[in-house]
Ligand binder design. Structure first.
Ligand code: AP5
Ligand code: MG
Length: 186
């Protein structure tokens, strides 16, 4: 990749998207754009956005596509994301994937790759148990997993058909997973 990469990290809750994105963003010199972190920041600030989304997040439900489109359009329009970015937590359904394509093509950009972090379900639940986020109780993590399977997992085929999917084994030491991702994106 001559220019900086434009990447999406896809994977179920607890698969290590945030953990890996933080490391990769440093290595690749691109901003880590986490919609979950942005929404949690809004909740902490008590902004209008935060008040709108906190109930949904605590229930493990998705925030509506229109709200998310505004958040992502604004963030990817900032100068630091012009060259490249690492999206974590977006898109989460087909409509969001189409919105992302539209946002990028409006500025003559497109995705370079979609990294899929693969981790078995039992390990996902064990990883987030006791992390302490307000949406990490066993009941809510099960609901987030259900929503992932129903709404987000279809994006695996969607991106595979576009030749963008790079599946990576997400189990093992954090550094080993990082090495696998770097190899997968070339
Ligand atoms: P979001 O914040 O995106 O959460 P998530 O996708 O459910 O995933 P997590 O952040 O819990 O997991 P992760 O994959 O980042 O793993 P992590 O690195 O933390 O979304 C939260 C909510 O916001 C959603 O439910 C929704 O309400 C809303 N939202 C966000 N985006 C939205 C959108 N686009 N549309 C609509 N709504 C949206 O790792 C997990 C744990 O495992 C950590 O404790 C970590 O230390 C550990 N770990 C990491 N790697 C390893 C490893 N290799 N081995 C062992 N442990 C590891
Ligand atoms: Mg995360």
């Amino acid at each position: 990749m001559a220019t900086k990469p434009k990447l999406v990290l896809l994977g179920p809750p607890g698969s290590g998207k945030g953990t890996q994105a933080e490391i990769l963003a440093r290595e690749l010199g691109v901003p880590h754009v986490s919609t979950g972190d942005m929404l949690r920041g809004a909740v902490e600030e008590g902004s209008a956005l935060g008040r709108k989304v906190s109930g949904l997040m605590n229930a493990g439900a998705l925030v509506d596509d229109g709200t998310m489109a505004e958040v992502v359009r604004e963030r990817l329009g900032r100068s630091d994301a012009r060259g490249g970015f690492l999206l974590d937590g977006y898109p989460r359904n087909r409509a969001q994937a189409e919105t992302l394509e539209a946002i990028l093509s409006a500025s003559d950009r497109d995705l370079d790759a979609v990294v899929l972090l693969e981790v078995p379900e039992e390990e996902l639940v064990a990883r987030v148990a006791g992390r302490g986020r307000s949406d990490d109780s066993e009941e809510v993590i099960r609901e987030r997993l259900r929503v992932y399977r129903e709404k987000t997992e279809p994006l695996v085929d969607y991106y595979d058909q576009r030749g963008l999917l790079r599946p990576v084994d997400g189990v093992g030491a954090i550094d080993d997973v990082n090495d696998r991702i770097l190899e997968a994106i070339g």
